[in-house]
Design a protein around this ligand. Structure first.
Ligand code: S3P
Length: 429
């Protein structure tokens, strides 16, 4: 599918972006673990979260149903779970495969997890290694470094786990396994990553304690069903935060966006670059901070982004590169080597595609350098099967001369069905 974008003047209006992808995945898992009816409002019906539902349906039975915009889960607890009679297909979703690996290693049956070509290239050793410390039996291609992963569920024991990468997927896999282990598990991460799992499981009654970067999980608590409203995904909002900042004359309000401090790095960095972003109506919903973001076009300046802030904006770096193109001066992004093992190698792909538009962007092993202020020209660009690359390139198209055509735009449905329509609506003001 093609997405054609042309500069058509300021972006104006109010939108709601779809529900948060990370929180939607976790709501499915928490609901399947609990006994009773879980209600999830504003669930993200993107392809990734639907993969989590499809896999859990094979394990937990037909407990999921949609009622308009709500997902209803009739959880029966783990007692109702059974050995899946086929391979579990996680599609394109790293969150699905890693979180479900953590969940399934502790269940008394065999299961196999796989996914599409992109997912089968992504590192799984990072999740297999800490889970094995708890006694998990995981095999797979190259000894479990790549999917398909074969899991022989077994009795786990608590462990002291030091994670070498700041990954919420790996941390969450360990937490989920630890819920069913014998004894206490402590997990320490090198830098704070998103903490939706800890928040949601604690809200459902799990005993999870946090002290700095150390998370302690005490097993044995029954999970109770939740009624929750998923906030808008800040990672989806980020495309319009950047778009409205760089297209002169724009004024956009994005309602009900999740503003968890482990996710809001993009707002902090854009402000540091001179962006005009106001937070309104800040409140807490289901244990997560939520607010409206009002953004007006502003002249941006280059900046340096590195270190501990990186995990709080990791998925927004492709569109941050686009903000950097519109900024005066140089922007340097470092310590972001994790981008190379996302749905695509996001460093190489952004450098390659933005260069086709005439950008001055140079690849680094762990990031890139952008020389901003150079005019962009419309081009034929490619998503490389990566939803966030597709949307970031569409935003670049808003400030390029003539038309930009994004090939492979069907991948946008992974996280933001309706992106093209929202963009068009804001362009029409
Ligand atoms: C996610 C964690 C991050 C992020 C991904 C979603 C999650 O990945 O990039 O889009 O829901 O836990 P890592 O855990 O690999 O950093």
């Amino acid at each position: 599918m093609l997405l054609k974008v042309s500069p058509r003047g300021p972006l104006q209006g109010e939108i709601r972006v779809p529900g948060d992808k990370s929180i939607s995945h976790r709501a499915v898992i928490a609901g399947a673990l609990a006994c009773g009816e879980t209600v999830v409002e504003n669930f993200l019906k993107g392809r990734d979260c639907l993969s989590t539902i499809a896999c859990l349906r094979q394990v937990a039975g037909d407990i999921f149903r949609f009622d308009g915009p709500q997902l209803i889960i009739n959880g029966r607890g783990r007692e109702g779970w059974r050995e899946p009679d086929d391979v579990l297909d996680c599609g394109n979703s790293g969150t699905t495969i890693r979180l479900l690996t953590g969940l399934l290693v502790a269940q008394p049956f065999f299961s196999v997890l796989t996914g599409d070509a992109s997912l089968r290239r992504r590192p799984m050793g990072r999740v297999a290694a800490p889970l094995r410390q708890m006694g998990a039996q995981i095999d797979g291609r190259e000894e479990g470094r790549f999917a398909p992963l074969a899991i022989r569920g077994s009795k786990l024991h608590g462990a002291e786990i030091l994670l070498p990468v700041a990954s919420a997927q790996v941390k969450s896999a360990c937490i989920l396994a630890a819920l069913f282990a014998e004894g206490v598990t402590a997990i320490e991460e090198p830098a704070p990553s998103r903490d939706h799992t800890e928040r949601m499981l604690a809200a459902a009654g799990a005993r999870i304690e946090k002290e700095g970067r150390r998370i302690t999980v005490y097993p044995g608590k029954e999970l109770k069903p939740l009624h929750l409203r998923v906030p808008g995904d800040i990672s989806s909002a980020a495309f319009f935060l950047v778009a409205a900042s760089i297209v002169p004359g724009s004024h956009v309000v994005i309602k009900d966006v999740g503003l968890n401090p482990t996710r809001d790095g993009i707002v902090r960095v854009l402000r540091q670059m001179g962006a005009d972003i106001a937070v309104k109506n800040l409140r807490e919903e289901a244990g997560e901070p939520v607010g409206d973001l009002e953004v007006r076009a502003a002249s941006l300046r280059g900046t340096e982004v590195r270190g501990e802030i990186i995990p709080t904006l990791i998925d927004e770096i492709p569109v941050l590169a686009v903000a950097a193109l519109a900024a005066q001066g140089e922007t340097v992004v470092r310590d972001a080597e994790e981008l190379r093992v996302k749905e695509s190698d996001r460093i190489s792909m952004m450098v390659r595609e933005l260069s086709k538009m005439g950008a001055a962007i140079e690849e680094l092993p762990d990031g890139f350098v952008v020389k901003g202020g150079k005019p962009l020209k419309g081009a034929e660009v490619e998503s490389h099967g990566d939803h966030r690359i597709a949307m970031a390139l569409a935003v670049a198209g808003l400030i390029a001369e003539r038309e930009t055509v994004v090939h492979g735009a069907e991948w946008i449905d992974i996280s933001y069905p309706g992106f093209a329509q929202d963009l068009q609506r804001l362009q029409e003001g």
